[in-house]
Ligand binder design. Structure first.
Ligand SMILES: [Mg+2]
Length: 294
């Protein structure tokens, strides 16, 4: 009985490697350090998309999933690097092993990103912030790479938190801060809200979590379909989705991008095309990885 009433506050960490593929290339090839490089794509702009851009390339506006042609337009001297999937897979494995020192409740979202549930950690450290600090330190010491971490009580907030002080940052958003944080959060920063939905919200005068919070659940569902239910919960900081350790990297896909079901045509915004392209690119990378490891 008591167990039911006393709801455990979870401790969730989201770890996101900084410019993962590009950082590995800069680590292993010192001549690329400090240079605008992209992994993937082709120098002639013949096609292919950027898998990862270094922070130096990002200064020119180059982003993941951008076409090679566009990347060249933004930075004529950008360096294209052929992906070395074996190296990325190797680094990913080592990072995963570091996570396992603290918990087995690990949900990878991709090779370079994962949720960890450390409500009960193996070393009984107890503090999620301290665990995140140690993980970042171990990644730096053992792999010479940087990771950003977000720490909070659920996946949604942890995921957004990891992005706040990127690169090489650690952000903690505790329970008492969630409400204020969500009220101020711009709708385009919501994990799971795509660009088209964000634009739609803004056109309705809904710019922040606080604006969304003023609407009833019924009103949100009326305007956005089933995702409205998710928005209603999330602006109140409620996200009880568990960290799912059984998920494999190769299942990266829609649920990574949409934390709710898209069951109506209305819910399937045109942005889905763009997101599908991104997923397709990721799957191509994963397929190549699987070929290498088989
Ligand atoms: Mg990353």
């Amino acid at each position: 009985m008591e167990e039911d009433i006393k709801k455990t506050i979870r401790k969730i960490i989201h770890i996101d490697m900084d410019a993962f593929y590009a950082s590995i290339e800069q680590r292993d090839n010192p001549q690329y350090k400090g240079k605008p490089i992209v992994v993937g794509g082709s120098p002639e702009g013949r096609g292919g998309v950027v898998a990862t851009a270094s922070y130096e390339a990002r200064k020119f506006g180059i982003r993941s999933a951008m076409t090679s042609k566009k990347a060249i337009q933004l930075c004529a001297h950008v360096i294209f690097i052929r992906p070395r999937f074996d190296a990325y897979k190797e680094a990913s494995k080592k990072i995963r092993a570091i996570f396992h020192r603290y918990t087995d409740l690990i949900e990878p979202l991709s090779l370079d990103e994962a949720f960890l549930d450390v409500t009960e950690d193996k070393q009984q450290i107890g503090s999620a912030i301290e665990i995140a600090r140690q993980i970042r330190q171990a990644i730096s010491d053992e792999l010479q790479l940087t990771a950003s971490a977000g720490v909070s009580v659920n996946k949604f907030i942890a995921k957004i938190a990891s992005d706040i002080n990127k690169p090489d940052g650690l952000t903690f958003i505790g329970p008492s801060r969630i409400e204020a944080f969500m009220e101020e959060l711009a709708v385009e920063k919501f994990f799971g809200v795509g660009r088209v939905t964000a634009e739609k919200m803004k056109a309705m005068g809904l710019h922040t979590g606080g604006d969304l919070k003023k609407l009833s659940e019924a009103e949100l569902v009326k305007r956005f379909g089933k995702p409205g239910r998710f928005f209603f919960k999330i602006v109140r900081g409620n996200d009880d989705r568990p960290v799912q350790p059984h998920r494999e990297t190769k299942s990266v896909g829609a649920e990574d991008t949409f934390p709710y079901d898209l069951t109506t045509l209305e819910g399937m915004d045109p942005e889905l095309d763009k997101i599908a392209d991104t997923i397709y690119d990721r799957l191509k990378i994963i397929r190549a990885l699987l070929r290498l490891t088989e």
